[in-house]
Structure formats: structure tokens, C-alpha cells
Design a protein around this ligand. Structure first.
Ligand code: NAD
Length: 480
């Protein structure tokens, strides 16, 4: 059985959390830190038997949890959020160490948001059953019945945020969950299980099974007792999960990758656009919603490039545990190889390096913030998600061309558009994505829809969209 993992003074269980108890398994996997490739420890890996046990416990806990109603669940979920807050520093260090997420971002952004993900949905659920449609013939009472056991599968780039973003609405609306954290960054979800236990969530309501996608994930998504699968990750995995879920007729929510445009119109505030542009390198661009294709009007191209270069030169690449660091490491040597391949092939295809272009001296898993120009729309560097600090810049001569370029990829997650407000908004409205920011980046609200088109996903999360997914919506019709 693997030993407790220690991150500074914090102890993290390497075991699963099933039916309110820590459960081991024979198999284990190693966890490394992308900061310096040091070994953090071994985690238990759940095979089909442990996964089946977790789904069974979640199914057994479901009727009582659902019967509590939103008001009955509220105090549990408030305590859950408070217990997440009580573990804030451990969660920050866990994710900074195993996923390389910036400690500053964990402390000031992600942990507060994780708590809000739980409390906000718990409070919203209080009004879930209030929807009434009146017609001359009848009153339609729209009910949101919890669906049952939900599988929650998340990627390594922001496990705490993405897991609570799904667990919040799932639990608030009366479901029980089995969480399968990412195998490259499993620690924060283990601490979430501690928080659930300390909050007194009834055994079986919240379960965690650790392990790889191929073993644990595959066993989980093929369990026919599931009522929902909520997945965030890559397109390739989404295809596998969707086909298994299709066979069992289990509804899936898929939040996938992006290749979002960052449009700079000729009437843009170039200083503001350039400052925001440099933010795309945060977390080494391992951020699904980052703008990674810069589309800049030809008349302002040089002025914009010089301004953005000024900001990029000041970016601090380094150890994510240092609060001043802005660009941390790449999660894993496999990703480093992938990114290096993109750099090599872009150069071979004749791309011009505006800045960066290679590894960063800070360490093995670090890249320089890079920008390529001279790329054509069909190049892989324009079409594919790199998930590293490698951006591309293209120019356009009018709005119509900007929109064609923006929409000329299979992804459709987000976007950014800088320009005079009415102009930027008119262009933004023609970009085919799930969301787009006008003269801003990253403004999010839990009530607003989040998700992508095309290869960026199926379905929307956030506010009412999350509840619609995690519930069976029913119309109780009472004639007048
Ligand atoms: P991934 O698809 O490799 O893994 C995601 C999760 O799926 C992991 O927990 C993994 O273990 C699991 N998994 C893998 N194979 C499985 C299988 N056969 N059955 C069940 N589960 C399986 O993705 P990743 O490399 O961890 O994450 C990066 C991707 O996530 C990028 O494409 C990124 O854009 C995307 N992402 C999207 C969003 C969004 O909200 N749209 C947010 C963050 C990341």
C-alpha cells in the first residue's frame, strides 16, 4: 500500500475515497513534480473492482441524498466549502507541486473559486423547482429531478477548479458523484475527499477513485449504472468516452480543447491589447480558453508586435511556487516532447520566430514564451492545440477576412476581440465560439454559460446549464 505523500508540512492520502472510507488497491502509480521532476510519491490505482465499489456506494447513497432536498443539502455543502477553505494552503501547494500551477493563481484565484463553485450552486439549487409555465389550459410545474450517480473526469491543468465546477452543481441538485482525478495531478482531489469527510457528507455521496485513464477512467465510464458523465479533457479521450456512453445511452458533457482567436482590430487600444496578449502565456498556456491565434490588422501589426514584445520580455519564467512567477513548467516530459515537435515542424514549414522559439534555461520542462508569424491557415501550428506557450500571429486586411480566419479551425471554445467597442462587438458576434471577450480576457461568472462548439465540446456548463445537465427535467402538467 503506498505511503502518505508529504508536500511540505501537509499529508496527502494516496488512497481512494469510497463510501466514506479510505480504500487501497494493489496497483499503484508514481507521481512526479514538473517543477524539477522530483518524485512526490505513489498513489493507489483503482481497477474495475474498486471502481464498481465506488459506483455501488454512490448508488446506495443517492436516494437519501436526493430526498434531503436543496435546503437539506445546503448546510452540508456550506461545510464542504468551509473545509476546502480550511485546507487552502495544502491545496495550493498540492497543485503547484504536482501540476505546476502558479501558486499565486492557486491562492488568489483557484481556491476561492473552488469554494464558490460549491456554495454558489448549493444556493442556486434552492430556486431550482420554482419554474412554472402558465398557459390558458394548464399550469406546467417544471421539476429538476436529480439524475443519479455522476462520473466526474477532469484533466491535469486545473483539477481542483474543474472538479468543483462539476461537483458543485451535481451534488447541489441531489446527485452523488464518483470523481476520477487526472493521474499526472491527483493530489488536490485527494484533499477534496478529506474536506468532504470533515464536512460530514454522508458516506457514498462523494467518492474519489485514483488512477490512469486507460484503467480507472475506462472502468468508470463503462459502468452502466451511471446516470451522467461529465468530462473535461482532450478530443481523443472525449471520442472514446462518448462512444462508450453512447452504447449505454448515458448523457455526456464534453469540455474539450481550444485554438481561440485573439483579434486586434485597427481601432484597438494597442497598449491594452498587448498587455492582455502577454497574459496568454500564464501557466505556460496550459489553459484551454487562452487566445492562441493572434489575428492582427495589417495596419497595426508592427506597433502591436513591438508592444506585446515589451510585455513578453518582462514575463518571469520559473518555479510556480514563487509568487512572482508568471510562466511555470510544462506538466510532463511527454508534453514537452509534443511541444518541441510543434516548434521544430513550424520552423521547418518556414514560420518566422517573433520571440522565444525554444526551451527555457530555467529547467528541463520549461519553454520560452514563443510567437510564430508567417504561418498559413492550413499549418498544424494554426490548426492544432499546442497546450504550451507557443502562439501564432496572422494579419488580415478587413473584418470579413478576420472572421474567416477566426472561424477557420475545427475548435470553437473562446476568443478575445480588441477594438472600438461597437466594432469589436460586431466582429465578436460573428466568431463561432462558445464565448468571446470584448476588450477583456478571463471575466467569468458562475451564472454564465461555458463551453465550446465543434471540436471544443458538447454541451454547456454554468448556472442553469449545469443543472439541466445533471438533472432529469420533468414537466408536471396540472389542467386549469
Ligand atoms: P486527457 O483527455 O488526456 O485526460 C483527461 C482525463 O480523462 C484524465 O483524468 C484522464 O485520466 C482521463 N481519461 C483518459 N482516457 C480515458 C478513458 N479511456 N476513459 C475515461 N477517462 C479517461 O486530457 P489532458 O491531457 O489531461 O488535458 C488536456 C486537455 O484538456 C486539453 O485539450 C485542454 O484544452 C482540455 N481542457 C479543456 C477545458 C475546458 O473547459 N474546455 C479545461 C481544461 C482543459
Amino acid at each position: 500500500m503506498p505511503d502518505t505523500i508529504r508536500i511540505d508540512a501537509h499529508a496527502i492520502s494516496p488512497l481512494h475515497y469510497v463510501g466514506g472510507r479510505r480504500v487501497g488497491s494493489e496497483a499503484a502509480f508514481e507521481v512526479f513534480s514538473p517543477i524539477d521532476m522530483r518524485r512526490l510519491g505513489a498513489m493507489a490505482e483503482a481497477g474495475p473492482a474498486v471502481v464498481a465499489q465506488a459506483v455501488g456506494e454512490a448508488a446506495a447513497a443517492f436516494p437519501a441524498w436526493a430526498a434531503l432536498g436543496a435546503e437539506g443539502r445546503l448546510p452540508y455543502l456550506k461545510r464542504f466549502a468551509a473545509e476546502i477553505g480550511a485546507r487552502a494552503e495544502a491545496l495550493c501547494l498540492a497543485e503547484s507541486n504536482d501540476a505546476g500551477v502558479l501558486l499565486s493563481r492557486m491562492r488568489h484565484g483557484i481556491v476561492p473559486r473552488a469554494m464558490l463553485n460549491i456554495t454558489w450552486f448549493a444556493e442556486q439549487a434552492l430556486t431550482l423547482q420554482d419554474q412554472v409555465i402558465e398557459t390558458p389550459q394548464a399550469t406546467h410545474h417544471v421539476r429538476h429531478d436529480p439524475a443519479g450517480v455522476c462520473a466526474i473526469i477532469t484533466p491535469w491543468n486545473s483539477p481542483l477548479m474543474l472538479t468543483t465546477w462539476k461537483v458543485g452543481p451535481a451534488l447541489a441538485s441531489g446527485n452523488t458523484v464518483v470523481v476520477k482525478p487526472p493521474e499526472w495531478a491527483p493530489l488536490s482531489c485527494s484533499l477534496l475527499a478529506d474536506a468532504a469527510e470533515a464536512a460530514g457528507l454522508p458516506p457514498g455521496v462523494f467518492n474519489v477513485v485514483q488512477g490512469s485513464g486507460a484503467v480507472t477512467g475506462a472502468a468508470l465510464v463503462s459502468d452502466a449504472r451511471l446516470a451522467r458523465i461529465s468530462f473535461t479533457g482532450s478530443v481523443a479521450t472525449a471520442r472514446t468516452i462518448a462512444s462508450v456512453a453512447g452504447a449505454n445511452l448515458v448523457p455526456v458533457s464534453l469540455e474539450l480543447g481550444g485554438k481561440s482567436p485573439f483579434i486586434v482590430l485597427p481601432d484597438a487600444d494597442l497598449d491594452a491589447a498587448a498587455a492582455t496578449g502577454a497574459l496568454m502565456y500564464r501557466n505556460a498556456t496550459q489553459v484551454c480558453l487562452a487566445g492562441t491565434r493572434f489575428l492582427v490588422h495589417e495596419s497595426v501589426r508592427d506597433a502591436f508586435v513591438e508592444r506585446m514584445r515589451g510585455h513578453v520580455e518582462k514575463l518571469r519564467v520559473g518555479d510556480p511556487r514563487d509568487e512572482a512567477t508568471e510562466v511555470g513548467p510544462i506538466i510532463h516530459p511527454r508534453q514537452v516532447e509534443r511541444i518541441a515537435g510543434y516548434l521544430e515542424r513550424a520552423r521547418a514549414a518556414g514560420a518566422e520566430v517573433l520571440w522565444g522559439g525554444g526551451r527555457h534555461e530555467f529547467g528541463e520542462l520549461y519553454f520560452q514564451p514563443t510567437m510564430f508569424a508567417g504561418v498559413e491557415q492550413h499549418h498544424e501550428i494554426v490548426q492544432e492545440e499546442v497546450f504550451g506557450p507557443v502562439l501564432v500571429l496572422q494579419t488580415f486586411s478587413d473584418d470579413a477576412e478576420a472572421i474567416v480566419l477566426a472561424n477557420g479551425v475545427d475548435y470553437g471554445l473562446g476568443g478575445v476581440c480588441y477594438g472600438a467597442e461597437d466594432h469589436a462587438r460586431a466582429v465578436a458576434e460573428q466568431v463561432r465560439t462558445g464565448f468571446i471577450w470584448v476588450n477583456a480576457f478571463g471575466i467569468r461568472d458562475l451564472a454564465a454559460p461555458f463551453g465550446g462548439r465543434g471540436k471544443s465540446g458538447v454541451g454547456r456548463e454554468g448556472g442553469a446549464w449545469s443543472f439541466d445537465f445533471f438533472c432529469d427535467v420533468k414537466d408536471v402538467v396540472v389542467p386549469k
